[in-house]
Design a protein around this ligand. Structure first.
Ligand code: MRU
Length: 386
């Protein structure tokens, strides 16, 4: 079966797979405006740092393509100033959809730069729009190629490390991941899940373990589906079982993606990542972060300055899925959200991300290669690679 995809783009037509309904129902929904894109990101119909950046950028391209082809021309094409004010507002609006993943900001900043440079150069508004459309598409298109590069870097680094440390890897390596970082979270192939795919493709993987990743269950709903689709041998664990897994199984690495990496290497990723990192350190298991260079935010000195999104409390009280066993004659699949708390429960803590300190991270892998810490130092020097 072909790998799953999160975004379909064809001319000015945009569709995303509604990730809230996966894994049981695959429904593509149209994205027809920047408001649709904003809503899809905010409500997590699409999620994963690179995928939300791609959708935001593609929705700007869609909006501008439609404007360019419209008759009469929209007012914002009348002058460079009008265009700049119009596009700046759209980018600022998209930027507010989710706060932690820096890729979204990197994409909007990239479009702002194209806009500002062209305005300063005195370029014709219609030509500026053409440049912005191309840049928006480039944000999405570049993702797959770089994912394959970083996946290979990360996989080879791990194999080398296993060889150097003499850890038994007869039958291949076992790797644990958190959340979903595959095709659904990116424009294709994935970051941490890309490394797992690379190891599988090169016959070096024994098993991929993944956490369910409560409360949104990106692991049990999305990573499970991706691994099943790719026929990668895998084992799901509940989030509470990481310590037990490390005590009883030979796990060679933990590999995760990232939503934002501070200058010193502190990394924000899905809630539960920090727990896995602490336990990995306790068990002397390498902890690898795989993410595009656009995830590194040099403006943030360390993890304490990374904005952490808190999701609505209700999301921690619900699980999504289908009624089981299926009811009725045709045993049709019925989507359901089930409340697992008393109604009206007060006092719910629901951060969507946590920060893993650099000292617990063995390697940060981007499309540019593998960064490790210098001997005796607990921080990375990411300004040297960005
Ligand atoms: O809340 P989500 O599902 O958007 O969180 C996703 C993650 O934390 C991923 O690990 C991260 O965005 C990297 S995806 C390649």
């Amino acid at each position: 079966m072909a790998p799953l995809i999160s975004i379909k783009a064809d001319g000015d037509r945009l569709e995303i797979v509604n990730q809230l309904l996966l894994p049981h129902v695959t429904e593509f929904i149209p994205i027809d405006s920047v408001e649709d894109a904003h809503d899809a990101i905010k409500t997590m119909k699409i999620r994963g740092a690179p995928a939300i950046a791609s959708l935001a950028a593609l929705s700007v391209s869609q909006h501008l393509t439609r404007g360019l082809n419209a008759s009469p021309s929209p007012d914002y094409l009348a002058s460079r100033e009008a265009l700049k004010s119009h596009v700046d507002k759209i980018l600022a609006y998209l930027f507010t959809s989710r706060p932690t993943a820096v890729n979204l900001g990197a994409a909007t900043r990239r479009l702002t730069k194209v806009l500002d440079d062209a305005v300063v150069a005195g370029t014709d508004p219609r030509e500026i729009v053409t440049q912005l459309i191309a840049e928006g598409k480039a944000v999405a298109d570049e993702d797959v190629g770089r994912n394959k590069e970083m996946a290979k870097w990360a996989g080879e680094w791990l194999l080398q490390r296993v060889k150097e440390t003499g850890v038994d890897a007869t039958g291949g390596v076992n790797v644990l991941t958190v959340c979903n970082t595959g095709s659904l979270a990116t424009s294709g192939y994935g970051t941490a899940l890309g490394m797992i795919t690379y190891l599988h493709e090169t016959n070096k993987l024994q098993k991929a373990y993944f956490t369910q990743t409560a409360p949104y269950h990106q692991g049990s709903r999305l990573t499970a589906l991706e691994l099943q689709t790719l026929h990668i041998p895998s084992v799901m664990i509940c989030d509470t079982m990481v310590g037990s897994l490390f005590q009883h199984h030979n796990i060679h690495a933990v590999v995760v993606g990232a939503d934002r990496i501070a200058k010193n290497g502190d990394t924000a990723n899905k809630i539960g990542t920090y727990n896995a990192a602490v336990l990995a350190a306790r068990h002397n298991i390498p902890f690898i972060v795989v993410a595009p260079i656009s995830t590194v935010d040099l403006d943030v000195a360390d993890g304490s300055h990374i904005p952490i999104e808190h999701r609505p409390a209700i999301e921690a009280c619900l699980v999504r899925g289908i009624l089981y066993p299926p009811e009725g004659e045709g045993k049709e699949v019925k989507q359901a959200q089930v409340m697992i708390t008393p109604t009206g429960l007060e006092g719910i803590y629901n951060p969507s991300f946590d920060v893993t300190p650099a000292e617990l991270i063995s390697a940060i892998v981007t499309e540019k290669g593998v960064a490790v810490k210098k001997e005796g130092v607990s921080s990375f020097y990411l300004s040297e690679i960005v």
